[in-house]
Design a protein around this ligand. Sequence first.
Ligand code: SF4
Ligand code: SF4
Length: 126
Amino acid sequence: MGSFHLAKMSLRNAFKKPATKMYPVVAPTFTSRSKGHVANDIENCIFCGLCQRRCPTHAISVNKDETSWAIDRFSCIQCLSCVRICPKKCLSMAPQYTLPATEKSTETFYKPEQAAMSPVNTERPE
Ligand code: SF4
Ligand code: SF4
């Protein structure tokens, strides 16, 4: 009886649509409860460092002298603490996931006037 049920279940699963999607080949569906990723409207950031101090996983690095804000997306657990504490409301959860990657990297944002040589979201040149 047990093996009959197992065979039946295996057959059913063999012809069922997969429960997971081939992300990022197949675009994900975002709902109102999807968290996505932390985005920074860097033009309004004052580099106060509150988000860095509040982050439980130390995913954020703020450099006031360089007017840069960086996030290690692999460490971020989407807890929203930084979004809630930001006094300028420049942090938000963008409804997209970051692309999967095989190597850890930090995404850095620069204040636009400082980034004349280097666009937002890239490392500033040496
Ligand atoms: S809390 Fe807001 S204003 Fe302060 S450094 Fe973080 S993102 Fe910038
Ligand atoms: S959402 Fe949470 S874990 Fe992610 S950067 Fe903000 S405070 Fe850190």
